[in-house]
Design a protein around this ligand. Structure first.
Ligand SMILES: [Zn+2]
Length: 356
């Protein structure tokens, strides 16, 4: 970090924030059969704001995303569910403070006629992928605020610049019609769609959160105009378990437009940075006009549930590698749960990005 006597400034990069995130303060987190405190807490954003301040960056406040904007990525049914489920849940007898599913449609059910049920409890299983996305009374407001930040960063990228969106809650585990893993609206996917609408012919997503960007992969699975690249911990031993393997290279129409680089748990800077660099090479080969970075810090060696062992210097070097593409970029905040360190890791990444 720079000393206070020589404060760093990043006058060239705008950043965006929405204070509504603080209304979303999930509690529930189920791990190995035990309920724990949720890691995705409002203090994460405070730490990130403090990190920006060390660089002289003051995030601008943004308007929440509109339903029309959200609809460029998400299904109408899902958006209606997310907006309205909390009060419906609260009206149930003996309801807990947050919406959490206890049943999910299995592949067998879906393959033999399974469908969305009419009742609210069943719909919660339909529209969520796991128990790690508890929905509270203000989750909707927080999520559309975060989405607005991503769209503001995308507008900067559409104008040929790069910008940072302090999105909370994060988004990369959300599919078109399903929440999951602390995520409710796919902020990165919204940024991609906004860039495409603004004229970018080809857009790439480079996801360096330690978890596979499964929702983003799912949204663009059949698309040849969007390359999705994810560097993450091996899903054989790490969330989201069912996707993130190297053989997932894209669906019909999107062949070879998805690149997963699962890393052995415990991988440190050398292996992680080699994968990030390989990701940048794929972005370059794809011929992207613009980039969306899904920036998580949970690959940190100091992460509470760490799978990878990336140092602060590693994040600075990743910033330099990705910035070296020279592409206008919307940098979207994803995960990272070491509240004490998040801000300094963000500052290191952005300082690396800026070539210092
Ligand atoms: Zn993550």
């Amino acid at each position: 970090m720079d000393s206070p006597a020589h404060p760093a400034t990043m006058p060239g990069m705008r950043s965006f924030h929405h204070p509504g995130h603080a209304l979303h303060s999930p509690r529930f987190f189920l791990m190995r059969g035990q309920v724990h405190a949720n890691f995705e807490v409002p203090a994460r954003a405070d730490s990130l704001l403090a990190g920006l301040a060390t660089l002289g960056m003051e995030p601008e406040l943004t308007a929440p995303a509109t339903l029309e904007q959200l609809g460029t990525v998400h299904s109408t049914g899902y958006l209606e569910f997310l907006e309205k489920v909390a009060p419906a849940w609260a009206a149930l007898p003996n309801a807990g403070p947050e919406v959490v599913a206890n049943t999910f449609p299995t592949a067998d059910a879906l393959a033999s006629g399974g469908r969305r049920p009419g009742g609210i409890v069943g719909q919660i299983g339909w529209y969520t992928a796991d128990t790690s996305c508890p929905i509270g009374p203000h989750t909707w407001e927080a999520s559309i605020g975060a989405a607005g930040c991503a769209l503001a960063a995308a507008a900067e990228a559409a104008a040929g610049r790069s910008a940072y969106a302090l999105c909370r809650p994060p988004g990369h585990h959300t599919y078109a019609g399903r929440a999951g893993g602390h995520c409710y609206i796919n902020n990165a996917a919204l940024a991609v769609q906004a860039l495409r609408a603004a004229g970018a012919r080809r857009v790439a997503v480079l996801d360096i959160d330690s978890h596979h960007g499964n929702g983003t992969q799912g949204i663009f699975w059949n698309r040849s105009d969007v390359l999705t690249v994810s560097v993450h911990g091996d899903p054989n031993g790490y969330y989201p378990w069912f996707t993130g393997y190297a053989e997932e290279t894209g669906g019909q129409g999107g062949e070879n437009c998805n690149l997963n680089m699962p890393l052995a748990l415990g991988t440190a800077d050398t292996g992680w940075l080699a994968a990030v660099e390989q990701g940048t090479q794929a972005v370059r080969a794809f011929g992207a006009d613009a980039l969306v970075v899904s920036l998580g810090f949970d690959a940190s060696e100091h992460e509470p549930l760490n799978a990878l062992n990336v140092t602060p210097e590693g994040f600075a070097r990743a910033g330099a590698l990705i910035s070296g593409l020279g592409l206008p970029s919307a940098i979207i905040q994803e995960g990272g749960y070491n509240v004490a360190l998040l801000g300094s890791l963000l500052a290191r990444f952005l300082t690396g990005w800026d070539g210092r």
